[in-house]
Design a protein around this ligand. Structure first.
Ligand code: ADP
Length: 255
């Protein structure tokens, strides 16, 4: 099922001498459950593309459909509700609200919508993301990795059609980066969550099932990344082998 589609998407910022063509005729189609990395050098148009697809900003030309809705037909109010419910956004610098605790930050999209929090979804997400002990803390009292996990929980609370992540590991060390990437992949596998991840880092892109390269606002290449699937299968196999070995060792100790 096609969850996201854009056709001939263009975005021009400014005018006269300040005119910048940030996107120049982008066609993209994403199926439900895909994990797509969008890669390109700084200034190539990645963030602009993400902002257009997430309804954060309007394109100059072209069309975008999310779950079949042409988002150009929505007025500002409808678009902000649509964004809150259908698009999960994760940024490099977390964008949590500093004055409210982690619990409220995660539930914010629902609270803004006057919706009763989905407690089951909330409990499951904070469990998976390892935030149970931090719910009453303010964002400033958390590490970078924990803040990003809270931002991911907030992005997923509404079961969005698409999760858009803009350099989500750009501010983290190697260990936390791997953890965050692992959690995004887990959400993709466990919930069939569609993920679009922006990165300038080829190694991170190689974790995705599909890699779209962008240059000067145009799609340069769009390819399946079979190594990610093989890798993930191998990791699962070695993990279950490791678990077996651990169990055997435990058995030996208990005996
Ligand atoms: P990337 O995310 O790949 O680094 P961006 O999408 O941020 O690239 O930017 C693409 C181009 O558009 C760049 O030349 C950038 O300077 C320009 N640009 C981005 N945002 C704006 C803006 N709000 N006003 C004017 N120019 C912008």
């Amino acid at each position: 099922m096609e969850i996201l589609k854009c056709e001939k998407l263009s975005k021009i910022y400014g005018n006269g001498q300040m005119r910048v063509r940030a996107l120049d005729g982008v066609d993209l189609s994403v199926e439900k459950g895909e994990f797509v990395a969008i890669i390109g050098a700084s200034g190539s148009g990645k963030s602009t593309l993400l902002h257009m697809l997430g309804g954060v900003d309007r394109p100059t030309g072209g069309k975008i459909w999310i779950e079949g809705t042409d988002i150009a037909t929505l007025n500002e109010k409808q678009l902000s509700i649509f964004r809150r419910r259908k698009v999960g956004l994760v940024y490099q610098f977390y964008n949590l609200i500093p004055s409210i605790d982690v619990r409220q930050n995660i539930l914010l999209p629902m609270l803004l919508d006057n919706q009763k929090p989905d407690e089951n979804r909330f409990e499951e997400l904070v469990g998976i993301l390892g935030l149970k002990e931090r719910l009453n803390h303010l964002p400033g009292q958390l590490s970078g990795g924990q803040q990003q996990r809270a931002a991911i929980a907030r992005a997923l609370i509404y079961r969005p059609a698409i999760l858009l992540a803009d350099e989500p590991t750009g501010n983290l060390d190697k260990k936390n980066s791997e953890e965050i990437l692992g959690l995004l992949k887990l959400s993709n596998k466990k919930y069939r969550q569609t993920v679009l991840l922006i990165t300038h880092d080829e190694r991170i892109a190689l974790e995705a099932d599909r890699i779209v390269a962008i240059e000067d606002g145009r799609i340069l290449s769009d390819r399946e990344n079979s190594s990610a699937r093989e890798d993930s299968l191998q990791k699962q196999e070695s993990l279950s082998e490791e678990n077996c070995q651990k169990k055997n060792r435990l058995g030996e100790v208990e005996r």
